[in-house]
Ligand binder design. Structure first.
Ligand SMILES: Nc1nc2c(ncn2[C@@H]2O[C@H](COP(=O)(O)OP(=O)(O)OP(=O)(O)O)[C@@H](O)[C@H]2O)c(=O)[nH]1
Ligand SMILES: [Zn+2]
Length: 322
């Protein structure tokens, strides 16, 4: 349970309280108190706007509150494009990348999300939805074989299978694999990322109890004036508020400009397994003699995965020069 008082409140007369940021829009934040109330708060300082997942110290003011400060983050999941940094959420336990048999997913995008998670020290889970689509699902599942081979957990899912509808594959349980997924989410704060059309909204609707989804609409309402939803939303999955799902828009152009080229191979587990055996300690794995990574391409390392590395390395190297 969250304590009600801030750890080191600075005696300003009013007691500071702890809260959790469950939604943001511009500089406004929805802060949830430890007894589950949600109120609109404004950050006091000009910089470092709080993010969904942040623990903050706040004080009542007007009919809402003022955020005095943000507690230190355990981690931060973000992407960095040419022009800007986009932060998704803070203090995450798991990144769920939702893919589907259709539309066909971009492996480059998947890899970028996994690399970013690894760089931030956040465990990742890949979920492949629409198992009812037969052959399309099988080929998507096959494309994920190299990921499973290096230890990435990949779960099959069929959100179209309420209670074992016709078309639900026998390999899944009655609810299309939802129960198996639920177990991975237990007691954790999970950010859901996925390209458009994979079933993200369907997943949130299936997992979030109606009453909880209704509280989520508070922050949705805050976003409704805009055509594009740009901020993340926090949903509780249980009445005890132990497990949470954070829905986030924006999976396109997943920039990784915050990473240095030499980090990259270490953030791709299948390449990382070979890095230590290269002749040169600072091997780029692009052209050096005695490169153990290149020697493993086609054997321990999938060729397409190596190509993703080469392309991303080039992109990061160009970025590093500016
Ligand atoms: N065949 C099949 N279709 C599914 C399944 N799950 C979701 N869909 C369909 O896929 C479409 C996209 O689902 P959404 O939940 O709207 O996807 P989304 O990822 O939220 O998409 P955006 O709103 O564009 O971000 C809808 O028509 C769903 O009915 C599934 O397991 N099998
Ligand atoms: Zn090498």
């Amino acid at each position: 349970m969250m304590p009600t008082q801030c750890p080191d409140a600075t005696g300003s007369g009013l007691a500071e309280r702890l809260g959790l940021v469950v939604g943001t829009h511009g500089r406004h934040c929805w802060v949830e108190t430890d007894d589950g109330q949600r109120l609109l708060c404004h950050p006091r300082g000009k910089k470092d706007a709080p993010l969904v997942g942040d623990r903050v110290c706040w004080q009542p003011s007007g009919d809402g509150g003022t955020i005095m400060r943000t507690l230190e983050r355990r981690n931060l999941f973000y992407r960095q494009d040419e022009l800007r940094t986009k932060s998704f959420a803070a203090n995450l336990d798991l990144l769920l990348v939702l893919l589907a048999a259709d539309p066909v997913f971009s492996e480059s995008q998947l890899n970028r999300a996994l690399v970013a998670a690894r760089a931030a020290g956040i465990e990742a889970l890949v979920v492949l939805n629409k198992q009812d689509l037969g052959p399309a699902f099988d080929s998507a599942w096959e494309r994920l074989a190299p990921y499973r081979a290096f230890g990435q957990t990949v779960l099959p899912l069929c959100l179209n299978a309420p209670g074992g509808a016709a078309g639900a594959p026998a390999s899944l349980d009655d609810d299309g694999g939802l129960e198996a997924l639920r177990q991975h989410l237990e007691g954790r704060a999970t950010l859901v990322l996925g390209p458009s059309g994979t079933g993200k909204s369907t997943l949130v609707n299936r997992l979030v109890p109606t009453a909880m989804a209704a509280t989520g609409t508070v922050s949705r309402a805050l976003n409704s004036g805009r055509h594009t939803t740009t901020s993340s939303t926090w949903y509780w999955l249980d009445a005890q508020r132990r497990s949470a799902l954070i829905d986030s828009p924006g999976f396109q152009e997943f920039g990784l400009r915050h990473l240095e080229p030499p980090q990259l191979a270490h953030l791709m587990p299948d390449l990382d397994a070979h890095c230590g055996q290269c002749r040169f300690y600072n091997c780029t794995h692009l052209h050096e003699p005695g490169c153990a990574v290149r020697a493993a391409v086609g054997a321990g390392i999938n060729e397409q995965r190596y190509r993703l590395y080469v392309d991303l390395h080039r992109e990061l190297s160009v970025a590093a020069r500016y």
